[in-house]
Write a protein that binds this ligand. Structure first.
Ligand code: NAD
Ligand code: GDD
Length: 330
């Protein structure tokens, strides 16, 4: 009989891709979210609209499943999480706490929690030339306000459910995930999708707005590497938090240049120094990831961004924001 999995946040970016991954692997999947996926129907055999801040809904969502993949969260890019400390901390603590207890109550065997690089201390991320962050660097604690504190608390809760209740919890700290079928406008979008949208909307030679001086750095992981890593981690014996990201560091200006080259469209940058910027630099140390999984993300940023840019451009053509794909060269 097929393994039965629950994917929460299945109407969102990573959850939607995780459903596709699991169904392709032969799983029976129940997807749960407060909304349907925006860009294409879910591949889940069953999809339920439930608000997982509520205990009764978490009990219903976890009935009869072997594995839980927990992606439901009130989240967005730095512009959103900086402005919504109460929403992200309160909503996510309710979702995570009820989901863990409901999973224990319903006898789930394995539980995956999507944590974030936002748990790492801000004092270690004050330079663009940041030292890649190792898992043990999380303490002494100084995570991102609101959103980062909830992730840290739920990491501990996963540890307690493993130690006290025997629930096989697994935790990955995602480093900025991008790819097609992700939010690209409306305020929750992260830098790769935002820059793709801005370049796609620009006419050649236009200025696009970039938050900060663009010298801040990040590493970015394609969503297909993310789902692969999640699946491998959940079926490993590693029950401590693990980085899941690439260790290819790039400036935001570098990201703009890459997207501009993919589009074949030159753009100028207008730096908005009032824009939200988050940490100055953030990178993943993948030493433990390699040891534990014998694997690490491998999709090159230029290749992943190529697919992502063209998907976003296609959406903008469909909604009438642009008339056609730009075919010039830079
Ligand atoms: P997303 O916003 O696309 O998906 C999250 C989904 O959760 C949304 O569809 C939303 O409707 C749903 N949700 C929110 N509140 C809910 C509720 N009360 N009940 C049921 N569903 C609810 O985000 P994503 O990028 O797919 O992120 C998935 C997970 O990975 C989140 O936990 C996020 O914190 C984590 N994460 C993502 C990134 C990234 O770069 N995308 C980085 C670090 C961590
Ligand atoms: N979103 C966005 N939009 N960011 C921009 C833009 C823009 O138009 N222009 C420049 N940036 C810069 C931001 O100022 C920030 O310095 C950098 O790009 C990255 O921004 P985001 O992708 O929005 O967020 P983040 O990397 O700071 O944090 C994200 O990743 C974490 C995991 O690594 C968030 O999505 C967190 O929720 C997530 O946990």
């Amino acid at each position: 009989m097929a393994t039965r999995a629950l994917v929460t946040g299945a109407g969102g970016f990573i959850g939607h891709h995780m459903v596709k991954y699991l169904v392709a692997a032969g799983y029976w999947v129940r997807g749960v979210d407060v909304k349907e996926p925006e860009y294409e129907p879910s591949a889940a055999q069953e999809f339920e609209l439930l608000d997982l801040r509520r205990w009764d809904n978490c009990l219903m969502a976890t009935r009869g499943v072997d594995e839980v993949y927990s992606f439901a969260a009130d989240m967005g890019g730095i512009g959103y999480i900086n402005e919504h400390h109460v929403d992200s901390a309160r909503n996510n603590v309710l979702i995570s706490t009820h989901m863990l207890e409901a999973s224990r109550t319903n006898g789930v065997s394995r539980f995956f929690f999507s944590s974030s690089a936002c748990v790492y201390p801000q004092y270690l991320q004050s330079s663009p030339d940041v030292k890649p962050l190792k898992e043990e660097d999380a303490s002494p604690y100084d995570p991102d306000e609101g959103y980062g504190w909830e992730k840290l608390f739920t990491e501990k809760l996963c540890q307690y459910y493993y130690e006290d209740c025997g629930l096989e919890t697994r935790v990955a700290r995602f480093h900025n995930v991008y790819g097609p079928l992700g939010t690209y406008d409306g305020g929750k979008e992260k830098a790769p999708a935002a820059i793709c949208r801005k370049v796609a909307l620009a006419t050649p030679g236009d200025e696009i707005e970039v938050w900060g001086d663009g010298l801040q750095t990040r590493s970015f992981m394609h969503v297909d590497d993310c789902t692969e890593g999640v699946f491998r981690l959940l079926h490993s014996e590693h029950h401590q938090p693990l980085n899941l990201g690439t260790d290819y560091l790039i400036t935001i200006n570098g990201l703009v240049d890459l997207v501009s080259a993919i589009a074949g469209k030159p753009v100028k940058r207008r730096h908005n120094m009032e824009g939200p910027q988050g940490v100055r630099g953030r990178n993943s140390d993948n030493s433990r990831l390699r040891t534990v999984l014998g694997w690490e993300p491998s999709i090159l940023l230029k290749d992943g961004l190529d697919v992502t840019f063209h998907w976003i451009e296609e959406q903008l053509i469909k909604d009438g924001s642009i008339t056609s794909s730009y075919s010039g060269t830079s």
